[in-house]
Design a protein around this ligand. Sequence first.
Ligand SMILES: Cc1ncc(COP(=O)(O)O)c(C=O)c1O
Length: 399
Amino acid sequence: MDRLSDRIKRLGYSQTFVMSNKAREMRAQGIDVISLTLGEPDFDVPDNIKQAAHEAIDQNYSHYSPVTGFIELREAIVHKLKRDNGLTYQPNQICVSNGAKQAILNVLAALLNDGDEVILPAPFWVSYDEMVKMMGGTSVIINTSYTNDFKITAEQLQEAITPRTKAILYSSPCNPSGSYYTYDELKSLAAVIAKHPHVTVISDEIYEYINYETSTRSIAAFPEIYEQVAVINGMSKGFAMTGWRIGYSACPEWLAKACDKVQGQMTSGANTVAQRASITALQTDPSKYRFMIDEFKKRRDLFYELTKEIPGFKVLLPKAAFYLFPDVSFYIGKTLDGQKIENADDLSMFLLENAQVGSVGGVSFGNPECLRFSYAASEENLREAMKRIKDCLSRVEIA
Ligand SMILES: Cc1ncc(COP(=O)(O)O)c(C=O)c1O
């Protein structure tokens, strides 16, 4: 359509939504599809958070809040960052947004001039590359693989930095791989970043609570680069509040002010009722919500064991988040029942059509050899999904 801007024409659709929509269409045609495409907790919002939202409505929190969020919420975020991450921030360094997604966009909008480079360690969350494009930047991808737990090294980072690098953007814990950087790994990355004061780290920590090992670390904890880091987090994953759309950034003051400016022109701020409820969520002892993580851990263990059994899949036990990201390179370049498989997206489509199981191919995550499955699904569906895939791949003619 000619009237569309070049900027919009450059943008792609999220492959996650493409696959989940396709699964939905098949279901509407009466096909029994198990969709393991979407990354959202399948729990209800905990009752005390819902109660706080009811109270906020009754107390008429129905007007605009300050652009960067209610001061009580920003104070609760400051408290959380201290309690859980050992980080010191002031409320004027916090910007509450419509989800972590907008928090990332604000920071990119604040930092990027046309043609500026943003380093994305692959695999990355599908939206990062598109957000960089939307803001006029260019992504510089650093590849990783199954063999190194999908993590970059300090040397790789050093090699990727140029005078045009404005930011490095990654999630730890990572969607899609479920890996996260350890203290020592972050320390060595921080040492590189400290040598390049023109680079900002955008550290997406949205999966912080969905973690089955020791607690994760934030790179902002290294004082030598504190001024270079924007921490991103939010309510979506740890509190099962995806639809409530509350996320935030914690930045140096100059960057927080710029996010305020962007957001003031874009959305005027986040939903007030959801903000009030988020205060309660953050002030509650995190152990109250632990039951969700315990449940995810059970499913992870089960799903990992089931996935290991699939012929041609190489899989690591993810340490966090709720995804499995098996390497399926065995199938790439082969034909399955006469259908050519060029990359993991082709395999994902093949499995949707022939095993009726929805996954997301790794191309838009920057890793075309892997498939992403979300195990935020019932145990019954996880068992059935892997049974179908195993049966399907054992039956097909591979050439
Ligand atoms: C790595 C990562 N960051 C950010 C988000 C978006 O979070 P929100 O729902 O708070 O916008 C997601 C959602 O899938 C994600 O996987």
